[in-house]
Design a protein around this ligand. Structure first.
Ligand code: BDR
Length: 333
């Protein structure tokens, strides 16, 4: 009889152990025990050097200020092409067992395994800015980048009267956001503008100096060039330096992506014709708000489109555009 009772007691003890060692998931009921009621949200950009990401950071901080009991943990690679570093940053936040993650994947494929690992650990992930080749996330908060590329093609065609030779400076083969822009630009030209020749496409790998060298080379090789499209901030800034050094602003139709003081000055001086502008502040803001809503048990949209705008000298002083070009970064002080 005693042996039987002992066996029952041992079984009950083991069952109790199993329940007490379960996953430290982040469902609304037990997150309080993990963080004294504070929800820790890791916000991980592609990089930190472009103004674009400082604006994403400001949006994330604004959401943190507005939300009670939320702490944003901001950490990103110094350059946008260091995939190993970004993977390590995400992995470190998984080990810390943060309550949620808002991530801009540098590479749509390379970041898949670490995002799936977070999901397996019950850490919800919002993908912001740039897509990823997995469904293991709760929401995708980004610009419609394909549409952004199409808008660049339409603006280029309008300014070239539907004819001419153009080139494109692309970002990074693994980056989904810029791939989409480049695809949108390329495919609309092919479909609707047969008299515009896309003569060359070169990567600059998010390196401004390389973008400048690429633009110099393209201008040398294509002396009859009519236009250039650059698919992000660093390629636009690098190409602008080359256009200004060769005084080709009047000759070329130059359409960039993203804004910074240099690019805004390029619009004002006439060296640039248009900028395709995103809303990085909103991307950072909605990324944090969305993961927190999920943690509170609210339903969140699988896709949040944060908008895309064509900015020219004619509309750059309109209030809505002005706010996008000069976002409030004081929240970062
Ligand atoms: C750029 O990289 C993209 O993912 C962002 O949308 C931005 O355009 C910053 O270098």
């Amino acid at each position: 009889m005693n042996i039987k009772l002992n066996q029952v007691l041992i079984c009950l003890f083991c069952i109790g152990l199993l329940f007490s060692c379960g996953e430290s998931g982040n469902t609304p009921t037990n997150q309080a025990e993990n963080n004294d009621g504070v929800l820790r949200i890791a916000v991980i950009p592609k990089g930190t050097s472009n103004i674009y990401w400082q604006t994403v950071h400001a949006g994330a901080r604004k959401a943190e200020q507005e939300l009670e009991g939320v702490e944003v943990l901001w950490k990103g690679p110094s350059v946008e092409t260091d995939k190993e570093q970004q993977i390590a940053i995400v992995q470190d936040f998984i080990v810390q067992d943060v309550d949620g993650i808002s991530l801009a994947p540098q590479d749509a494929e390379a970041m898949v395994s670490v995002v799936e690992r977070a999901a397996q650990k019950m850490i919800p992930v919002v993908i912001m800015d740039s897509g990823i080749n997995t469904e293991s996330y709760i929401s995708y908060v980004a610009t419609d980048n394909y549409l952004g590329g199409q808008k660049a093609a339409e603006e280029m065609a309008k300014r070239l009267n539907d004819q001419g030779k153009v080139v494109m400076i692309m970002n990074d083969p693994g980056g989904a956001s810029t791939n989409e822009r480049e695809k949108g630009f390329r495919e609309l030209l092919q479909k609707d503008y047969p008299n515009i020749q896309l003569a060359d496409e070169q990567y600059h790998y998010n390196d401004r100096e390389k973008a400048r060298a690429v633009m110099e080379d393209l201008m040398t090789r294509h002396t009859d060039l009519s236009g250039v499209f650059c698919s992000n901030e660093s390629s636009s800034i690098g190409a602008l330096l080359a256009v200004q050094a060769n005084q080709l602003g009047e000759k070329l139709c130059f359409i960039g992506f993203d804004s910074s003081d240099d690019l805004i000055n390029g619009l004002q001086s006439g060296d640039m014709d248009a900028i395709i502008q995103q809303d990085p502040f909103r991307i950072g803001y909605e990324g944090v708000k969305t993961v927190v809503s999920h943690l509170k048990g609210e339903t969140v949209a699988k896709r949040v489109d944060t908008g895309v705008y064509v900015v020219t000298k004619d509309n750059m002083n309109e209030p809505e555009i002005e706010n996008l070009l000069h976002p409030k970064l004081d929240v970062l002080q």
